[in-house]
Ligand binder design. Sequence first.
Ligand SMILES: Cc1cc2nc3c(=O)[nH]c(=O)nc-3n(C[C@H](O)[C@H](O)[C@H](O)COP(=O)(O)OP(=O)(O)OC[C@H]3O[C@@H](n4cnc5c(N)ncnc54)[C@H](O)[C@@H]3O)c2cc1C
Length: 463
Amino acid sequence: MADFDADLFVIGAGSGGVRAARIASSYGARVMIAEEFRVGGTCVIRGCVPKKLLVYASRFAAEFEDAVGYGWTVGETSFSWPTLIANKDREITRLEAAYTSTLERYKVQLVKSRAVIEDAHTVRLTADGRRITAKTILIATGGWPHMGPKIPGLEHAISSNEAFHLKELPPRILIQGGGYIAVEFACIFAGLGSKVTLVYRGENILRGFDDDLREHLRTEMQGRGITVTCGQTVDAIEKSGDEYVARLSNGEGVTVDKAMFAIGRRPNVMDLGCEKIGLKCHDHGGIEVDEYSRTSIPSVYAVGDVTNRINLTPVAIREGHAFADTVFGGKPTRVDHADVPTAVFSEPELGVIGLTEAQAREQLEKVDVYKTSFRPMKATLAGRQTRCFMKLLVDGTTDRVVGCHIAGPDAGELIQLVGIAVKMGATKADFDATMAVHPTAAEELVTLREKAFSYTRAAAAAE
Ligand SMILES: Cc1cc2nc3c(=O)[nH]c(=O)nc-3n(C[C@H](O)[C@H](O)[C@H](O)COP(=O)(O)OP(=O)(O)OC[C@H]3O[C@@H](n4cnc5c(N)ncnc54)[C@H](O)[C@@H]3O)c2cc1C
């Protein structure tokens, strides 16, 4: 190993890279890590963490309104976007320092530079041109917002990266996209008082999620004053003084103060040197890896969003950890990508795990569907028109719960725990045998006695 400058060179100090670096180092490897922007990566700097802080901020207005029904007199309230952004930035800086000191504590050598791959064992640091050799290279460069085709006026559109640094809260904003980032930002801005128009080219938001859940969220978002326009794209953005007119494919013009595009993210492989060393990439742009995150070049591995498997922080962290266990810990470890629980921090929040109803119908002979929609208790005195939605999908042959879909307060917290049960293979009978916690919304999950309907492949084929 001594022939190389390092045993491991990690490109990208985000969720996956930092975890891989510190675990590899704990096994005694000499580790270097390069970061071209800020330590912590997307999640900490311009993803999950700042977003959740904005989500918290956006929920206070409704809380103030709801308080009145509970006897509170709430004085005049006001909101300062610059204060929120400054406080958020302070927290991000604290977290960045914490990540940096973790790397120091684990004796990982941090290089603040972009790194590009020169050959199977060499990277070049663009800051000073230095070439570093390593026995193993790990690519953990994450992803980047994709802005779509080059429409006229595209330069006026911002991505989620810029949304975290706006000077002021836009009174009117158009968000193009239907994925979780678009939906979350639509709810954040609406909660803070912006007039929000969400434009999505597909037939409904949150493609890939359960259809009932998608419909439920869309109705709730519209109930909160968000205009959701599906089946349209933004074809041009015209600047007119301080405003912008977003031209939709149906010819309609939407006048706004900001236009944000959240139409997807692409693996960060541009100019990285992948072609130079013949690294294989998928058609979707992600680096091809095997179940141990090894690329087509034996000394080069890749983890996280750059592989475009499941683009979530906990997945990138697991993949980074498994890589280090496999290559430096002598414990070959595969990451199980099945049944990953996930949340959407919309309003209301969503929590999901397992199959959607459409997937269950495709994969199983018989599917039992249980669902309920109800007014959460807190909404009663508050006088708020909102509903919770819960759905369990059960394999009608084995009684196993194969999917759970929740919309309602703290759905993200709930699904983490339901996730354990589903991962353990819990059956509907296990859910039924669990005593309810009363009064909660979650108790509905163990009191869903009435089947909404059963889908049987044989019966469907006979129709
Ligand atoms: C707005 C938003 C909200 C999100 N919310 C959630 C959420 O709620 N929950 C969740 O689980 N996930 C969420 N995600 C996704 C999550 O952030 C990513 O899945 C996760 O950060 C991926 O980690 P990673 O290690 O693959 O890459 P990243 O965290 O993106 O890290 C890659 C790092 O590599 C650096 N880099 C890139 N190229 C080079 C180079 N050539 N040389 C040196 N450095 C380089 C980058 O600067 C970056 O710091 C969100 C993402 C966004 C954008």
